[in-house]
Design a protein around this ligand. Structure first.
Ligand code: SF4
Ligand SMILES: [Zn+2]
Length: 388
């Protein structure tokens, strides 16, 4: 790559780059600005429906509404290393636009009556006043409560103050908040993700959510930038155990590469390979008995949390993938496990590539190569070995 390579060890006399500058650069590029200004702010980014499960375990259909917003306030000042949401935002979205997006979304499918859940995603935090006008926050909370739909919103941790939650629960007493925690580890949050909050902040947010009887959904990122495959397998299992008691649901998101992000840059320089699907199988086998102590599957009384893994772009080179031959079968098994919570879904999976993966993980965990030995990361081997 021309210019400044993004490596952990500076290979020239020039100063190492800051992650912050690398995160921001693509968002200001002409292609990104042009795309941004091309969106019609009266329409949502996407509206679709999927099978889901209500809080009490009943199967239902969920309407997912992805609104076109001004984006995330953390992105305005810095941003996470893998976040490509800036691709979907527009700087001048007004409250009126949001109301019309919402009306369009609710009217899109005739069978809204049969859907028990609505997920409202904003490429940021719904309850953040700088991003979303308060009157629109109120509209979403109120409409979902009045229609009797379970509402799921996404948020960072800072918005989950007692004051804000007291206000929101007066309008809608029971909703779920999904927080992109990514990692229960301050070092990873700071140096790999550039998350802009700490685990303490998540602890506080969850305490407040529980005080108001709201459901907690936790997103964890599998294999953030600058992490080896072997480390991802070990760390993510630990994070799941750390947050399980306090999360109604844990959704593990295997890294998928979005355009214009730091991880995209690493990926295109052959310095990062999205996770192996085998790693996700290993992860499930590792934590299953912590989540389901009596092995009774999803919905059982003793279930500590619900573990969901949907490999976005699974089997594609920009998503979690194996060799290409076994991908569909392994993705299918992971998806089925997310529904049933039954280890039997994973029985009988095998492929020649499993040995290659196994070797990589074993080496990652036994020799000091911080970025891992993965073959797709074809940088200067000597420089990788010298990485501090
Ligand atoms: S907090 Fe969420 S929306 Fe904001 S930059 Fe990070 S990943 Fe993107
Ligand atoms: Zn294979």
């Amino acid at each position: 790559m021309a210019g400044n390579p993004l490596t952990m060890l500076s290979q020239s006399e020039s100063k190492a780059l800051k992650i912050h500058d690398l995160v921001k650069a693509p968002a200001n590029a002409p292609w990104a600005q042009e795309r941004k200004n091309s969106w019609d702010a009266r329409y949502p980014a996407t509206v679709y429906y999927t099978p889901e499960t209500l809080a009490d375990g009943t199967p239902t259909t969920a309407l997912t509404v992805i609104l076109r917003t001004k984006g995330c306030h953390w992105w305005w000042s810095s941003g996470c290393t893998f976040c490509g949401y800036f691709n979907d935002t527009r700087d001048d979205v007004t409250s009126e636009d949001l109301h019309s997006q919402w009306e369009f979304s609710l009217a899109k499918f005739d069978d809204l009556d049969t859907m028990g859940m609505i997920k409202v995603y904003t490429s940021g935090s719904l309850l953040e006043d700088r991003e979303i006008p308060v009157d629109f926050q109120e509209r979403v909370l109120k409409d979902c409560h009045e229609m009797g739909k379970e509402l799921v919103v996404e948020s960072r941790t800072e918005q989950m103050s007692e004051e804000k939650l007291a206000w929101a629960t007066k309008i809608n007493p029971k909703f779920s908040v999904a927080i992109g925690l990514e990692a229960y580890d301050d070092e990873v949050l700071r140096f790999h993700v550039n998350k802009g909050f700490s685990i303490k902040s998540w602890d506080r947010a969850v305490e407040n959510l529980q005080k108001f009887g709201l459901r907690v959904k936790t997103y964890l990122m599998f294999k953030p930038p600058f992490m080896s495959e072997g480390d991802a397998v070990v760390h993510t299992a630990k994070w799941i155990r750390d947050v399980a008691e306090r999360s109604d649901e844990i959704s593990v998101n295997p890294m998928n590469i979005q355009r214009g992000t730091v991880i995209d840059r690493l990926y295109r320089a052959n310095e990062y390979r999205p996770p192996w699907l085998w790693s996700l199988i290993r992860l499930i086998e590792d934590v299953h008995h912590d989540i389901h102590p009596s092995d009774a599957g999803n919905g059982a009384d003793d279930q500590v949390s619900r573990l969901i893994i949907h490999p976005t772009a699974g089997g594609k080179t920009r998503g979690a993938h194996n060799c290409g031959k076994c991908d569909a079968e392994v993705v299918g098994a992971i998806e089925r496990y997310s529904v049933s919570g039954d280890l039997l879904e994973l029985e009988g999976l095998d492929c020649d590539c499993k040995q290659v993966w196994q070797q990589e993980v074993t080496l990652d965990n036994s020799i000091p190569v911080p970025l891992g030995v993965g073959l797709n990361r074809r940088g200067d081997a000597l420089a990788h070995l010298r990485s501090p």
